[in-house]
Design a protein around this ligand. Structure first.
Ligand code: FAD
Ligand code: NAD
Length: 475
């Protein structure tokens, strides 16, 4: 039998690799096993997020937004560029290079923290033994006092839409297109659909999105969604709500999609079709018989609020367990578990997890939406501030959107903050910190915000909740 480790982590995505690093920082002997293989055949740590999710999508969002801004906004700044073009191959080269640097960074972090990183497939056997199958098929066995499962998620597939990996694809393929499709279809107008739809639309694709639900982004505050819809329309995203996809098939060099909505049946012809209808937990070949680890009805590994599974000394974190499928949620769970294993304090505040959609303008929020607060019956007040009144946003030629603060009427506690506007994803950090400390709007009102900055929008929205905004009319 092999040497007994303190901790084995299966999966080195944004949940697993921080768990391994924190466990090592806690002076535990750790191995982290990951099987991720890129489309060029290389193995890399970082999971979906670094290789095929958060990072490559943001690289392409940035490139395509800069192109769009150069085309549409630079003239207003008095900048003359002559003709503006783009090079998809260079954009993709840059995307790949960022991913390589970031995933290589994990290897370096493992080394410096003393984590043993192992490329291969891990399978948990009873007794906390982990069978590792290396890429060349060699099998070895490891054992640990504690095992952390961080196997992540995989895209949901629709039975009526058979993927071929070339014309009918998932988000990973859509991040690696080597040319701009003239007509792009996207099934699902969720976070991935909107981000990837934005990338390719900005570069010239005619984008049609088929969304099954009657409402766009039902999890977001609806005032913000209404504002977002105006921007999506202006960009040229054709979002068809309440569209039920009946079937799709490759036809010649394109794809034919049949869908139905309130007006009847329709056919959509596109050059490429991206399916982005959500993700599901990935646990294939992860658990041998008799481990005692149970899955719930939707395939998530069952855990308690501290990420303990139904088996003693086995934990599970990230997309493979309940809760939002977000990198930062997985990271905090990883840190919590590694600290609990070491006998330290660990907790995740599931009520204060920020969400960001990296469209232009960005959408970000934390806490409850106005719809949720209203439904709770708790009396509330709302403050809002438009970026049109922000000097910094004006100077940036990005004076779009608003910040909205929702607070309890009785004790002034901030219940939710919602932003659509420039750098919303960065601005929301202040609201997250405020809510983590159970701040009131008065706390934000009395906090000095530098001028002129975008952050003043949060300050003014908090003031506006008491009809005391200075730089906007109080309503
Ligand atoms: P993963 O990142 O999926 O990592 C799991 C790892 O475990 C993988 O490397 C997998 O190969 C490995 N593995 C699985 N089973 C085994 C096994 N048996 N043995 C060995 N290895 C195994 N989230 C955000 O917060 N912000 C964003 O901007 C964002 N953008 C996204 C964009 C796209 C296009 C996509 C698809 C997702 C995005 N997400 C984003 C979601 C984010 O990627 C996930 O929430 C996050 O990656 C989950 O982390 P994880 O570690 O749980 O799982
Ligand atoms: P999602 O849940 O955000 O959106 C899926 C959309 O597809 C929903 O609007 C849903 O109603 C729709 N849909 C489902 N079945 C359909 C069907 N048959 N026909 C038409 N529409 C259908 O999921 P996603 O966009 O695939 O993203 C997956 C996960 O990755 C999400 O949980 C998200 O949190 C995460 N992610 C996060 C970010 C970010 O934080 N910026 C970016 C990308 C992905």
């Amino acid at each position: 039998m092999s040497e007994l480790l303190d901790v084995i982590v299966i999966g080195a995505g944004p949940a697993g690799y921080p768990a391994a690093i924190r466990a090592a920082q806690n002076k535990l002997k750790v191995a982290c096993i990951d099987e991720w293989k890129n489309t060029d055949g290389s193995y890399a740590f970082g999971g979906t997020c670094l290789n095929a999710g958060c990072i490559p999508s943001k690289a392409l969002l940035e490139s395509s937004e800069l192109y769009q801004r150069a085309k549409e906004e630079f003239a207003a700044h008095g900048i003359k560029l002559g003709s503006i073009g783009f090079d998809v191959a260079q954009m993709q080269k840059r995307r790949a290079s960022i991913v390589k640097t970031m995933t290589g960074g994990i290897t370096a972090l493992f080394k410096s923290n003393g984590v043993t990183g192992i490329q291969g497939h891990g399978r948990l056997l009873p007794g906390n033994e982990v069978r590792v199958t290396a890429p060349d098929g060699t099998e070895t066995s490891l054992r640990a006092k504690e095992v952390i499962l961080a196997s992540g998620s995989t895209p949901v597939r629709l039975g009526v839409v058979p993927h071929d990996g070339k014309l009918i694809v998932d988000s990973w393929n859509a991040l690696e297109f080597d040319a701009v499709p003239r007509r792009l279809g996207v099934i699902g107008a969720g976070v991935i659909g909107l981000e990837l739809g934005s990338v390719w639309r900005r570069l010239g694709s005619e984008v049609t999105m088929l969304e099954a639900m009657p409402d766009l982004l039902p999890m977001a505050d609806q005032t913000i969604v209404k504002e977002a819809q105006r921007h999506f329309k202006k960009l040229g995203l054709d979002i068809k709500l309440g569209a039920k996809v009946l079937r799709a098939a490759v036809k010649g060099s394109g794809v034919e999609v049949a869908y139905a909505d309130g007006a009847g049946e329709h056919t959509l012809e596109v050059d490429k079709l991206v399916v982005a209808v959500g993700r599901r937990p990935f646990t294939q070949d992860l658990l041998a018989e008799g481990t005692g680890v149970e899955l719930d009805a939707r395939g998530f590994i069952e855990v308690d609020e501290h990420c303990r599974t139904t088996a003693a000394h086995v934990w599970a974190i990230g997309d493979a367990v309940r809760g939002p499928m977000l990198a930062h949620k997985g990271k905090e769970e990883g840190i919590m578990v590694a600290d609990l294993i070491a006998g330290r304090y660990g907790e995740v505040n599931y009520k204060v997890i920020p969400s960001v959609i990296y469209t232009a303008p960005e959408i970000a929020w934390v806490g409850q939406t106005e719809e949720q607060v209203k439904a709770s019956g708790r009396p509330y007040k709302v403050g809002a501030f438009p970026f049109a009144a922000s000097g910094r946003a004006r100077a940036m030629e990005m004076a779009q959107g608003m910040a909205k603060v929702i607070a309890a009427k009785d004790d002034d506690e901030v219940l939710g903050v919602h932003v659509i506007g420039p750098m919303a994803g960065e601005l929301i950090a202040e609201a997250v910190l405020a809510m983590e400390y159970s701040a009131s709007t008065e706390d934000i009102q009395r906090t000095i915000h530098a001028h002129p900055t975008l952050s003043e929008a949060i300050h003014e929205a908090a003031l506006s909740a008491d009809k005391r905004a200075i730089d906007a009319i109080n309503r």
